[in-house]
Design a protein around this ligand. Sequence first.
Ligand SMILES: Cc1cc2nc3c(=O)[nH]c(=O)nc-3n(C[C@H](O)[C@H](O)[C@H](O)COP(=O)(O)OP(=O)(O)OC[C@H]3O[C@@H](n4cnc5c(N)ncnc54)[C@H](O)[C@@H]3O)c2cc1C
Length: 394
Amino acid sequence: MKLEFDEEVEAFRSEFLEWLAVNRPPAEAIAADPPRSSAYIPEWAASFTKRMFDDGWLVPGWPSERGGRNAGPIETLVYLEELNKAGIPRTTNPQGLGIIAPSLLDYGTEEQIQNYAMPLLRGETAACLGMSEPDAGSDLANLKTRAVRDGDNFVITGQKVWTSGANYADFCFLFCRTDPDAPKHKGISIILMPMDTPGVTVRPLTEIISPEFPDLNEVFLDDVVLPASNVVGELNNGWAMANGSLAHERSMVWLMGVMGMESSMTELLGMAPDLLAPMSTVEQATAADAIAGLYIDTLAARCLGYRGFARYVKTGSAPEQALMKMYSTEIRRDLARVAAELCGPDSLETGLSRQGSVGSLDAYFTTFGLTISAGSSEIQRNIVAERVLGLPRG
Ligand SMILES: Cc1cc2nc3c(=O)[nH]c(=O)nc-3n(C[C@H](O)[C@H](O)[C@H](O)COP(=O)(O)OP(=O)(O)OC[C@H]3O[C@@H](n4cnc5c(N)ncnc54)[C@H](O)[C@@H]3O)c2cc1C
C-alpha cells in the first residue's frame, strides 16, 4: 500500500519550501543566539516571525483576513513537519503565538488586537501566560490572585508561579479572580498586564538546566493598577475563555510530541554504533533491546497520532489525541534516560543547548517538565479514564 498526500497538499508543501529556501534564518544565526526562554526574541527570530506573518506563513491555518491562508489541518500538518525538518523553530514565544494571540483575536477588543496581538504576530513583542499559582496548578480554578474594581481600574494583588518567559515578556495574559463570591469556576477574568507596570516583581527560578538562562518565574503582584479596558472578553468569563484558549492548536499538540521523540530517536540511532562498540556482547544486546523498544514506541506514537488526526479531520474530535500528550512525553523521558545511561559519564557534559542534546543529563532533566506542563500525566490519565474510557470517578 502506498500512502501519499493528494496533489493540492503537495503543491502547498512545494510553495512553502520555496518560500522557506529564500526566507529561512541562517543556521549560524540560530546557533549564535538560540532560543533561551519562552519569551526571549533573538534578532533572527524577530525578523523571521515578521516575514512569516507578512507572507501568510506564520499562521497558515487562519483565514486570510487574520494573516493566514485558510490552510486545512492536513496542510498545517505538512507545514509544521517541514519547519521541523528544516530545524527552524516556528516561534520563540510559544505561549504568545499558540495561545495568547489567537485568544485576543477571538475575544479581544479591536484596540487590544492592535496593541497586543498584532505586535506579537509581527515578532515585535513577547507575552507570558499567568495561570498557575502556588495553590492553583492542576486545579486552576483555585486561583486566588484578586482584581478589585476601583473606578475605571482594577487593583491586582497576588502571586503567579511557573510563568514561562515572564523575565523577558512584554506583557502577561493574567488570570485573576474578579468575583470572590462566585463558585470556583466562575468569577475569573483575564487581564492584559504590561510587565513594566508598577507593583509587578518578577523573580526567576533558577533551574537545574541552563541556570544562567532561567525560563520559569515567580511573579508577585502588589497593588498593580490596570485600566478596566485591559480586561479580555466578558468579565468573570475567564474559565470558559481559558478552555477556548487552550483548545487553540490542541489538535496539533500530538505532532509536536511525536516530532520531538523522532528527533531524539534519530540522534540516539546516530550515536548508537559508537556507544555500543566498546561494550561486551551481553551489554550490547541489552542496550540494543532498549533502543529497539523505544524505536517501536516512537513508530507507534506516529501511527497512533496519524490515526487520531485522521479521525479528527473527519469528525472534529478523536479519543487518541487525549493519549498522545502523556504517551509522547513519557516515552521522550524514557528515551532521554536510556541515552544518558548509554553515554555514561559523558552525559554530565552540560551547556550543549537549552534543551540539551540527547545523551546529556540536561536533556533527561528537561523531559520531566514536558510531562508536567500543559496538564500533568496524572491529569491526562484522569481525562483518558473519565472522558475516553468512561470509567467512574474514584
Ligand atoms: C516547563 C513548565 C512550564 C510551565 N509554564 C507555565 C506557564 O507559562 N504559565 C503557567 O501559568 N503555568 C506554567 N506551568 C505550570 C503548569 O501548568 C503546572 O506545573 C501544572 O499545571 C501542574 O501544577 P502544579 O505544578 O501546581 O502541581 P499540582 O497541581 O500541585 O500537582 C502536584 C502533583 O499532584 C498530581 N495531581 C494533581 N491533581 C491531581 C488529580 N486530580 N489526580 C491525580 N493527580 C493529581 C499532579 O499530577 C502532580 O504530580 C509550567 C510548568 C512547567 C513544568
